[in-house]
Design a protein around this ligand. Structure first.
Ligand code: SF4
Length: 375
C-alpha cells in the first residue's frame, strides 16, 4: 500500500502568503510534463507495492490541460500497479473548474478534488492576491457537483488579520452550507520569502495575536462538529468515511514516491528531496544527472517521525506498537514530560494510546519535540 505525489510547479499568480515551490512562468509547462513523466518511468521500481493513492499537488494542478493530465495518467498506469479503486486527488483553484474541465478530469480518472477556497470574503481574497472571487468558488463547487464529483475537500485559512471570530465562523458556515465531504483549515503563517513576509519586516503587516488564532482554531473544532465533520488530524475534518486516504498514509508512515521539482519521497528507510528549482530539475532530467538528495534515516529519526506524525492525528500514538516496532517504552523514557503535559491538559493517555487534546493540537509540533529522542 503506497502513494504517489506529483508536484505541478506552476501557478497563474503568486498568493502573497505562499512559500510552496511554484513558478508563474508557464512557458515550460509541456516540457515539465514530459520531464515528470520521465521521472515516473525512471523511478517505477522505487515502490515495490501496489499504488492506492495518487495526489496531484502544487502549485496549481488544475491549470494543466486534459492532454497533459492524460499523459500523467497513462505514464502512471504503464509504470506502476495501480489499485483500480485508488483515491486520485487533484488540487484545484476555483477559476479553473468549469463544467468542461471537470468532465475531462473525471474521464481521466480523478475522483477527489481539493479546492482552494481559503475564504468567502472577497476583500480578503484580494488582499491575499488570490485570483478568484467567492462567487467563483461557489460556482466551482456547484459545477463539481453537477458533474457528480462525490468526494470534495475545501481548504480554508483562519487567523486572517482584521478578521474577527465571527468572520471565521461565517467562512466555516458557508463552507458547510456547500456540503463538502472534507474540510482542511490552516492558520495564516507569515513566511519570510513572501510578499507578506516583506510587509511584516517593514512593519506593514501585523499578524493576528496568538490567543485570537488559538481561539479561532478551538472554535473551528466545535463548529465543524456541529455541522457533522469529525476531526481526524490537526488541520483536517471530514464526514465519516471521507478522511483523505493519501494524507492519512503519510501520517501512518506508509511509503510514497514524490515526483517533480521540490517533491519528497520516502521508502521506509530513506527520504529523497528533489531539487526545488524548475530549470535545474529540467536540466538534470534532460542530462540524466542527479536531481535529488538522499537522506538515510537513522532509527532515532524514524522513532521521532512516528511520534510527530501520529501525535497530529486523533487516533494518537500507539505506545504498544512503538515498543513492538522500535523496542522503546515511551512512557518509561519520558515519564516526567508526559506527566507534565497531562497536567497541562495538552495530552491524554487512553489504554495504549497517547493522544493530544484540542488544546494540545495547537502546539502539536512543540509537544512532539519534547518527546523526541536524541541521536
Ligand atoms: S497558494 Fe496555491 S495557488 Fe497560491 S501561489 Fe501557492 S500554490 Fe499557487
Amino acid at each position: 500500500m503506497a502513494g504517489i505525489y506529483i508536484h505541478i510547479p506552476f501557478c497563474k499568480q503568486a498568493c502573497h502568503y505562499c512559500d510552496f515551490h511554484f513558478s508563474t512562468n508557464l512557458t515550460r509547462r509541456s516540457e515539465m510534463t514530459q520531464a515528470i513523466c520521465h521521472e515516473l518511468r525512471k523511478r517505477s521500481d522505487y515502490l515495490d507495492e501496489r499504488i492506492d493513492s495518487i495526489y496531484f499537488g502544487g502549485g496549481t494542478p488544475s491549470l494543466l490541460n486534459p492532454e497533459e493530465l492524460k499523459a500523467f495518467m497513462s505514464t502512471l498506469s504503464g509504470s506502476f500497479e495501480i489499485n483500480p479503486s485508488a483515491e486520485i486527488t487533484l488540487e484545484a483553484n476555483p477559476e479553473d473548474l468549469n463544467v468542461i474541465k471537470l468532465e475531462s478530469l473525471q474521464k481521466i480518472g480523478v475522483n477527489r478534488l481539493s479546492i482552494g477556497i481559503q475564504t468567502f470574503k472577497d476583500s480578503k481574497l484580494k488582499w491575499m492576491n488570490r485570483i478568484h472571487s467567492s462567487e467563483q468558488a461557489k460556482l466551482a463547487f456547484k459545477n463539481a457537483r453537477t458533474v457528480e464529483f462525490e468526494n470534495i475537500s475545501v481548504d480554508l485559512i483562519y487567523a486572517l488579520p482584521g478578521n474577527e471570530i465571527g468572520d471565521w465562523l461565517e467562512d466555516l458556515r458557508k463552507s458547510a452550507d456547500l456540503g463538502p465531504e472534507h474540510i482542511s483549515i490552516y492558520g495564516l503563517t507569515i513566511e519570510d520569502r513572501t510578499v507578506f513576509g516583506h510587509r511584516k519586516n517593514k512593519g506593514e503587516l501585523i499578524e493576528v495575536v496568538e490567543e485570537e488564532a488559538a481561539s479561532q482554531y478551538l472554535k473551528t473544532i466545535e463548529s465543524l462538529k456541529s455541522f457533522g465533520y469529525q476531526q481526524y488530524e490537526v488541520s483536517n475534518f471530514s464526514k465519516p468515511g471521507f478522511e483523505s486516504f493519501h494524507n492519512s498514509s503519510y501520517w501512518a508512515g506508509k511509503n510514497y514516491l514524490g515526483v517533480g521539482p521540490g517533491a519528497h519521497s520516502y521508502n521506509g528507510s530513506t527520504r529523497q528531496f528533489n531539487v526545488r528549482n524548475n530549470s535545474l530539475y529540467l536540466k538534470a532530467i534532460t542530462n540524466g544527472s542527479s536531481y535529488f538528495e538522499t537522506e538515510k534515516l537513522s532509527q532515532t529519526q524514524l522513532v521521532n517521525e512516528r511520534i510527530l506524525t501520529n501525535l497530529r492525528t486523533i487516533a494518537g500514538l500507539d505506545l504498544t506498537k512503538l515498543e513492538t516496532d522500535f523496542g522503546i517504552d515511551l512512557f518509561e523514557e519520558h515519564q516526567s514530560p508526559i506527566e507534565l503535559l497531562q497536567d497541562q491538559k495538552l495530552l491524554e493517555i487512553e489504554g495504549e494510546k497517547l493522544h493530544l487534546t484540542s488544546k494540545g493540537f495547537l502546539v502539536a509540533d512543540e509537544i512532539a519535540l519534547k518527546l523526541f529522542f536524541d541521536e
